[in-house]
Design a protein around this ligand. Structure first.
Ligand SMILES: [Zn+2]
Length: 128
């Protein structure tokens, strides 16, 4: 069962698969604390402060990291995970949810967008 979640920080609405949390929504704050917003922001507070259930549900499952990566690669081209991005780029800063730097191979200035995989285990970057 997928539950629709709204992020009040970035406005993103996404489907969360609670199978990953092994919890049902009997205690929403506990469940929300186990979720992550896939949007481009970093928060120092509990996710239950800025995530909320909309009350909508649907049958199905969240895409696996592999399914999600295939879709993202088709949409954005090459994606770089945390272990690769430092080898390909010199990141000089972050601003407005984007990373800025230089591509090491070409010396070209680049802007990188980034987000986490559905499981939240890996962060991916791509050139915009
Ligand atoms: Zn968000």
């Amino acid at each position: 069962m997928l539950h629709e979640v709204h992020c009040t920080k970035c406005g993103m609405v996404y489907w969360a698969d609670l199978l990953d949390t092994n919890l049902e929504i009997t205690d929403p704050i506990t469940v929300l604390d186990r979720l992550r917003c896939p949007g481009n922001h970093v928060e120092l507070c509990s996710p239950s402060v800025y995530l909320e259930f909309t009350g909508k549900t649907k049958e199905g499952h969240a895409p696996s990291d592999e399914e999600w990566l295939k879709t993202m690669t088709e949409r954005h081209g090459r994606l770089y995970d945390n272990s690769e991005v430092g080898g390909a780029f010199s990141i000089t800063g972050f601003s407005y949810g984007m990373a800025f730097g230089t591509e090491k191979a070409t010396g070209k200035k680049v802007t990188l967008d980034f987000t986490s995989s559905p499981s939240g285990r890996t962060r991916y970057y791509w050139v915009v």
